[in-house]
Design a protein around this ligand. Structure first.
Ligand SMILES: *Cc1c(COP(=O)(O)O)cnc(C)c1O
Length: 375
């Protein structure tokens, strides 16, 4: 039996009746654009994050672009972020005309290193954009202190961390504004593209509301030039059903993670750390080993699917060649890119599946290490 990296079908089947009904009622109402489910999801998701406002948008990438636009980040500004993330994080910065400035990661957590952020601040720096990678909150205490000292905005890329908490507070309520993705495989996923901007600043929320819908105050009065980046009512209806399950699903992800932790052998590979005061929602369960490629191949031969998040750090992407970075500029990100392996992780994963993966990983790594010891 094949074990996938994520199982979207199992997830759908677990809520099929409710989701089908929610979709049918949108079809019957016909309020496809800015319908009632969009407004209700916004209220429910803001409350979920302990924030005042949430604005539904068409994707996580658009959430980032609109948040930057709403804060007037643009040409001539620098935004400090991690090179070890999905391209969208930096792409959004470039999209608004600003320059992404990278700061290397803490190799233990794979999140941006606050000490490296401090070294990267210049008079042009306007914002810090940390990513809560793999569902683990970034070092927000140190990041917020730096931001306060240098008068910078903090924009959370929370695309992988719906429901994660830092010192008892939900991500989404920590910085000036937070951006969520509801890409299908995320902890809270739509049936297509969708996203959300979350903030407790009513001015920012109002500006994002304007910008996502052609800068309009009413139907044909456009007070500034915006974009079309609205959240579909159909997606909002699906997401409202799923939001009610999110805490239970995150709990099950944590149970899968703790079973992995019990079964995997820390001498053979690096496990994700569990830190006090920081509650990960395990969007992914990522281990590290220098034998990554061989392990991945052997797992695949046994029908176990894995992923690599991410194989190339952003400063070495061809699309960012204009930033003139070279191999060696962010050594921890580069080393992580060569060693990380995402094991199957989804809420419906059974203990038997977790055991099969863990035993296979241990078996393969023991074999590889013995072979290396002999050679
Ligand atoms: C998924 C993701 C995004 C982009 O979200 P989309 O909804 O796919 O546009 C941005 N940042 C991170 C860290 C992500 O994982």
């Amino acid at each position: 039996m094949r074990i996938p990296l994520v199982d979207l079908k199992a997830n759908y089947l677990s809520i099929k009746a409710e989701v089908d009904e929610a979709i049918a009622s949108v079809l019957e109402r016909g309020d496809f654009i800015q319908g009632q489910d969009v407004k209700l999801l916004e209220q429910e998701f803001a409350a979920y994050c302990s924030a005042r406002e949430a604005v539904g948008v068409s994707s996580g990438t658009d959430a980032l672009v609109l948040a930057l636009m709403a804060l007037n980040v643009g040409k001539g500004d620098e935004v400090i972020t991690t090179p070890f993330t999905f391209i969208a994080t930096a792409e959004a910065i470039s999209q608004v005309g600003a320059t992404p400035v990278f700061a290397d990661i803490d190799p233990r957590t794979c999140n941006i290193n606050a000490a490296k952020i401090a070294e990267a601040i210049t008079p042009r720096t306007k914002a810090i954009l940390p990513v809560h990678l793999y569902g683990r909150p970034a070092e927000m205490g140190a990041i917020l202190r730096l931001a306060r000292r240098h008068n910078l905005y903090v924009i959370e890329d929370a695309a992988q961390a719906h429901g994660a908490a830092y010192e008892g507070r939900r991500v989404g309520s920590l910085g000036d504004v937070a951006c969520f993705s509801f890409y299908p495989a995320k902890n809270l996923g739509a049936f297509g593209d969708a996203g959300m901007v979350v903030t407790s600043n009513p001015k920012v929320a109002d500006r994002v509301r304007l910008l996502r819908d052609h800068g309009r105050r009413d139907k044909y009065r456009h007070v500034e030039l915006g974009v079309n980046a609205r959240l579909d009512t159909l997606q909002a209806a699906v997401l409202r059903v799923k939001l009610r399950c999110l805490d239970a699903w995150n709990q099950r992800r944590r149970a899968v993670a703790s079973l992995y932790r019990r079964l995997l052998v820390p001498d053979l590979l690096a496990l994700p750390p569990e830190d006090r005061g920081s509650e990960s929602v395990y969007h992914m369960f990522v281990v590290r080993t220098p034998f990554r490629e061989a392990l991945r191949q052997k797992l695949q031969d046994q029908g176990i699917e894995t992923g690599i998040h991410y194989p190339v750090p952003l400063h070495l992407q061809p699309a960012y060649s204009a930033l003139w970075h070279r191999a060696g500029d962010f050594p921890e990100s580069e080393r992580a890119a060569g060693e990380v392996l995402s094991l199957p992780m989804f809420p419906d994963m059974t203990p038997e599946q977790v055991k099969r993966v863990a035993l296979a990983v241990t078996d393969v790594l023991q074999g590889l290490q013995q072979r290396q010891a002999v050679a």
